[in-house]
Ligand binder design. Sequence first.
Ligand SMILES: Cc1cc2nc3c(=O)[nH]c(=O)nc-3n(C[C@H](O)[C@H](O)[C@H](O)COP(=O)(O)O)c2cc1C
Length: 377
Amino acid sequence: MARGSSRGSDTRERKWEHILACVWEDVEAEISPMFEDVRIIHRALPELDISDVDTSVEVFGKRISFPLIIAGMTGGHPKTGEINRRLAIIARKLNIGLGVGSQRAGVEDPDVRWTFEIVREEYPDGLVLANIGLPQLREGGPDLAQEVVDMVDADALAVHVNVLQEAVQLEGEADAAGFIEVLEEVSEALDVPVVLKETGAGVSAEDAKAVGDLVDGIDVGGAGGTNWAVVEAVRSKAHGETPLGYAFSSWGIPTAASILEVRGALGGGPVVIGTGGVRTGMDVAKALALGSDCAGMALPVLRKLLAEGIHGCVRFLRALAKEVKIAMLLTGSKNVKDMAKSPIVICGSLREWLESRGAPINKICRGDRREVTWFDG
Ligand SMILES: Cc1cc2nc3c(=O)[nH]c(=O)nc-3n(C[C@H](O)[C@H](O)[C@H](O)COP(=O)(O)O)c2cc1C
C-alpha cells in the first residue's frame, strides 16, 4: 500500500470534509429510527430502589458504566487528532465505549497515525474499538486488520460496510463482491472480537444470518440518524457535481427494526450495538428493550463536543445516562439484560414492518427480545 501517497492525502482531506458536512449541514435521514413506535410498559410498582439499578454492562471483555459506545467517527486528518483526544477524555470520564473512525488514512499515511493512537493514550483501560472498511480488508486481509487493531490496542475490531455511501460518493468504489469471505478470513485470523458495523442503512435478518457464525458482534448502524448518502450529496454539491445521494435520504432499515431483525435471526449469540439516530436516553432505553447490549451514538456527541466542549458533552451524556437509569427503574429492570425482558408494545410503522417480515409480534412484545428468534432464512 502506498504510504504518505496522494491516495493518503485524498483520504485525509475527505475525512475532514465529512466532519465539516456533518457539523454544519443537515445530514440526518428523512426517515426516523422508529423508536417512537416502541412503548415500554410502565410499572407502577417496580419493587426496586433506583440505587439498586445497575446500568453497567460487559462488552468485549470490558465493563462499561453505562451501555453506550461513542460510535467510530474520526481520525486521519491532523485536525481530527484533537477531536479524538477529547472524545477519549469524555469516554474515560464516563467509562463508556469509544470507537475510532476508519483507520485507512492512518495506514496509508504514517504522519496521521497519531490521530488514532492518541485515543489509547488518553483512555488506557477503556473499551476501544478499531475501525476499517471491508473494501480495504479485501485488499489488505488479516495483516491490515491486525495493523489497525495494534494501532489503538483495540478490544475489538469494527469492520464497517457502507455500500450505499460508496455508490453515491464522488470517488466511491461500489464493488461489494466477496465481502462475506473476507469477513470470515479476518475473523478467523484475529484474536480480538470482530464486529460487522453498518453506518446508517441497517443490517437485515438475511445479512445477520449470513454472518452470524463469523462475527462476535453486529453494530446495526440503522437508518434514521446520520445518512451517508446525504453527506456525500453535500460533498458532491460543494465539488460542483450532481448530488446523487439525496434520492437515498430515506433508504435503509430503521434502527429499531434492524435490532429486531438481527436478534430475530441470531437470538442471544452476538453482541448487538444499537446505533443510528439514537438521540436521547429514551432512545438508548428502547434500544436495550429491543434486545441490544448497548447503544451507539455518533453525530450528537460530535456536535455537542464542538459546541460546548468536553464539559458540555459530559453533562449531556450524564443526563442521558440518568434518563436510562430512570427508564430501568420504571420497568423494574435491575440490570441492562432485564430491559430486554420488560413487556413492550409495538405500534405504527414498526408494527407494519414486522408484520410484512412475518415476525411474531405478540411473542416479541411479551418475550425476551434477546432470545426470541423468528427468522429462519
Ligand atoms: C462525522 C462522522 C464520521 C463517521 N465516520 C465513520 C467511520 O470512519 N467509520 C465508521 O464505521 N462509521 C463512521 N461514522 C458512522 C457512525 O459510526 C454511525 O454509524 C452513524 O453516524 C449513525 O449514528 P448517528 O446517527 O448517531 O450519527 C461516522 C459518523 C459521523 C457523524
